[in-house]
Design a protein around this ligand. Structure first.
Ligand SMILES: Cc1ncc(COP(=O)(O)O)c(C=O)c1O
Length: 378
């Protein structure tokens, strides 16, 4: 637990005085995030959770256009996306089970089809373009989870979709918000998923992996041009009014610095390709099983979709809760994981060794066979 070791008594003392190694904790963190983390996104706004990082991005996008003399209250999002549980984040969420209840409370959003459901990047981008073209001049921002729609069921977008979405935002003059709350900090094999397609969003939301998961801290990074739109004389009141009591908690900031140091010192990113490949190898046998409808992987994000009939894709009856049964069984066998409906999620810690990964997947395989086929692996 190296991250936990960093949150020791000494660090608490340093953090509460807001200084570490003689420099201000947040200033040090600002620098680490903008210079080393997500180049070209030069400004940071801190918050406490992924949902809040998204709220901030949505509000900033809206206010940015206001400062440019335009009222744009419409957002574009992808169906089956998840961006958090606060009302703005729910508005741009596309999972009926989670978001449907609150429909009356939500603001205006147009949804383009989830790219993972399209036949390729071209088809997915065409659907998105149709929406952006129809609502040209009205859209404050497109928000998406780059590469992988995580809570939607580890839905992996076809390669090239993200870069096309970036180009479409430029073409139709709107902002791109990349929600990297789930995909950021190495999860997909690069520090940020956007790097896979050389995409620089206008706003980027990060949380979870920012502190290695140990303390609540989130951030919304923006391009300089967005920051500049908020500058002005006091009487112009261009201020971005958003601040919660615990914003930029210095102890959490210190945990981020410690986690980023571990990324560097232990060359976490350099070791990922081999681990990702190893997981890919271990997953091969899952794909052959009668009830594994699809095995999806992007980096160290895996979703195994369980179906009653693989040939027809017929799902299990909802009441059977097969995903939950497999996860419960895995827990009894020593592995904690979670289902998203009938998709069993495997998101191991980045620090896992190849032996750890193999052992975890062996448990999952056994749990899957016991629950779906009623037998032990041969
Ligand atoms: C892509 C994405 N955005 C936002 C969130 C919300 O983050 P939080 O639970 O920290 O509010 C999540 C959480 O799972 C997420 O996966």
């Amino acid at each position: 637990m190296p991250g936990a070791a960093a949150i020791d008594g000494e660090l608490v003392g340093e953090a509460l005085s807001c200084r570490r190694g003689g420099r201000l904790v947040f200033a040090g963190l600002d620098f680490r995030l903008t210079a080393g983390g997500a180049p070209l996104l030069t400004r940071v706004f801190y918050s406490d959770s992924g949902s809040e990082a998204v709220e901030i991005a949505l509000k900033m996008a809206y206010q940015y256009w206001r400062h440019r003399g335009q009222r744009r209250a419409l957002y574009v999002a992808l169906s089956e996306s998840y961006h958090g549980d606060t009302i703005g984040a729910v508005s741009v969420g596309g999972i009926p089970l989670f978001h449907g209840t609150f429909r009356d409370l939500l603001f205006q959003v147009e949804f383009a089809t989830c790219p993972a459901r399209a036949k390729d990047a071209g088809a997915a981008a065409a659907g998105l373009e149709a929406v952006l073209a129809r609502r040209r001049g009205e859209v404050a921002a497109l928000i998406l989870e780059p590469l992988v729609q995580a809570a939607g069921g580890i839905l992996v977008a076809p390669p090239g979709f993200l870069a096309r979405a970036r180009r479409l935002c430029d073409q139709y003059d709107t902002l791109l918000i990349a929600d990297e709350v789930a995909t950021g900090f190495g999860r997909t094999g690069r520090m940020f998923a956007c790097e896979h397609e050389a995409v620089v969003p206008d706003l980027l939301c990060m949380a979870k992996g920012l502190t290695g998961g140990y303390l609540p801290l989130a951030a919304t990074l923006v391009r300089e041009a967005i920051y500049e739109a908020f500058l002005g004389e006091v009487e112009e009141v261009k201020t971005f009014f958003h601040g919660h009591s615990y914003t930029c908690n210095p102890l959490a900031c210190a945990a981020v610095l410690a986690s980023l140091e571990i990324f560097e010192r232990e060359r976490v990113l350099d070791h990922l390709p081999q681990k990702i490949e190893h997981v890919r190898e271990c997953l091969r046998k899952f794909a052959g099983r009668a009830h594994a409808g699809a095995v999806r992987q992007c980096g160290l994000m895996v979703g195994i979709e369980l179906v009653r009939d693989r040939a027809t894709g017929e799902p299990y009856p909802q009441a059977q809760a097969m995903g939950a049964s497999v996860c419960r069984r895995a827990r009894l066998l020593g592995l904690i994981t979670r289902p998203l409906g009938d998709v069993v999620v495997f998101m191991p810690p980045l620090a896992s060794s190849e032996a750890d990964l193999e052992a975890m997947l062996a448990i999952l395989y056994r749990a899957l066979l016991l629950e779906t086929e009623g037998g032990e692996p041969a």
